[in-house]
Ligand binder design. Structure first.
Ligand SMILES: Cc1ncc(COP(=O)(O)O)c(C=O)c1O
Length: 402
């Protein structure tokens, strides 16, 4: 057993470390969710979330995990036996597909190798084949948290437009929102699914749907059964700043603080910070002589890096050594990658020294667990961090240097 003093390192790709500012914001007496103070809070959150999703349309907040927000996206817009096009990018895409099938949708699930994102050319080909326009929705995962691969959503949109196909576009941004650039309105996304416990730096417990006009009008005729997830009641009450049932009030206090922190830093700077830490992490992995799961550099994730273990070595054994010795949790391999990979979360409330600590724990752990590797990963990452200014040209200005 290692030292139990000092901070625990929660380096999963979510839930992420909750900053002190947010912990303090949540640590207040719960208020009346039908009172004026609450209404002010909720209306402010709507405006803030619109900036985060980059939309002027409505955003619904559920007291739920991300899975609930997936279900809300499907049941509000679709009818039994509707056709949905989905892509096997990894474990979470597979779970979303399972949910769609259980809800009575017909899923065309395009197979994948779990090392690439959605291929926009395949989206275009699939939609072109669909002459009867039977496909009602294309549902994709922006950042596959199980593999560390990011899909190019803007290009998927272009493929849909090239065919002029009317399907709705639904995007899971559970591990990309507020970490990787995302534009709900500009990219013509109809339902964006998000949650609290990753880039938003909150504990688990909030599920989010950003909704387009087209999705709203689809919801008027959608016939899948729904009650708790029904947008109609949520949107009606939210105009006055209320919810149709008891909201997660204290998480909403935290959300207000999270949005303030993100906007103070500036979303572009938040994205630049994440991509810089991701690059430093990949340099460490390469220097160790290990391989990242993502095969296409254009699809590298900025919020996590998934690392392949050398043949014959168990990733969960390594994770166990690192947890017991250094009090740091890393993400496990999910689904068919169980035991074969570990995942380094570098998203949310994070800085250079937290990354240095994370990579040091891994480098020491690799040695202790007897995994064959080359030393020098931490040094490679640090070399990059010192030469690469955190916010590029804006770094000096942000530090207040004249
Ligand atoms: C991309 C993605 N989608 C969906 C989910 C499911 O979210 P939750 O576990 O909050 O229900 C996760 C969880 O990590 C995820 O990473």
């Amino acid at each position: 057993m290692g030292s139990i003093s000092g901070r625990y390192f929660l380096q999963l790709p979510g839930p992420t470390n909750v900053p002190d500012r947010i912990l303090r914001a949540m640590s207040q007496p719960t208020i009346d969710h039908r009172g004026r103070e609450f209404a002010r809070l909720a209306r402010g959150l709507m405006e803030g979330l619109q900036q985060v999703f980059r939309t002027s349309g409505p955003v619904v907040i559920y007291p739920s995990s991300g899975t609930g927000a997936w279900e809300a996206a499907l049941v509000n817009t679709l009818s039994p036996r509707d056709k949905v096009l989905m892509f096997e990018t990894g474990h979470f895409a597979t779970l979303w597909r399972k949910m769609a099938a259980r809800l009575g949708l017909e899923v065309d699930f395009v197979p994948g190798d779990w090392r690439h994102g959605v291929d926009p050319a395949v989206v275009e080909a699939k939609l072109r084949e669909d002459r009867s326009r039977a496909i009602r929705a294309v549902a994709i995962v922006h950042n596959e948290t199980s593999t560390g691969v990011t899909t190019r959503v803007a290009e998927v949109r272009k493929s849909m437009d090239a065919v002029g196909h009317p399907a709705l576009l639904m995007v899971d941004t559970i591990s990309s929102l507020a970490s990787i650039e995302y534009r709900h309105a500009e990219w013509g996304v109809d339902v964006t699914v998000g949650c609290s416990q990753k880039g938003l730096m909150l504990p688990p417990g909030l599920g989010l749907n950003a909704i387009s006009e087209k999705a709203l009008s689809a919801s008027k005729s959608a016939r899948l059964a729904k009650s708790y997830w029904d947008w109609e009641a949520m949107l009606k009450d939210s105009q006055a700043g209320f919810f149709p049932y008891t909201p997660a009030t204290n998480l909403l206090f935290g959300l207000r603080e999270a949005i303030a922190m993100l906007l103070e830093e500036g979303l572009e700077n938040v994205f630049a910070r994440h991509s810089r830490h991701a690059e430093a992490t990949r340099r460490a992995v390469n220097a160790w002589g290990l391989e990242v799961v993502c095969l296409n550099p254009e699809e590298y994730s900025s919020s996590l890096t998934a690392v392949m273990m050398p043949e014959g070595y168990d990733a969960d054994e390594l994770r166990k050594v690192i947890l017991e010795r250094f009090d740091m949790s890393l993400g496990t391999g999910l689904g068919k990658l169980k035991g074969k990979i570990f995942r380094i979360g570098h998203l949310g409330d994070f800085n250079d020294l937290m990354l240095a600590g994370t990579l040091s724990g891994i480098e020491m752990g690799l040695g202790l667990a007897g995994v064959p590797f080359r030393k020098g990963g931490v040094a490679a990452a640090l070399d990059y961090l010192v030469t690469e200014e955190p916010y590029g040209d804006r770094s000096a200005e942000m530090r207040g240097v004249q």
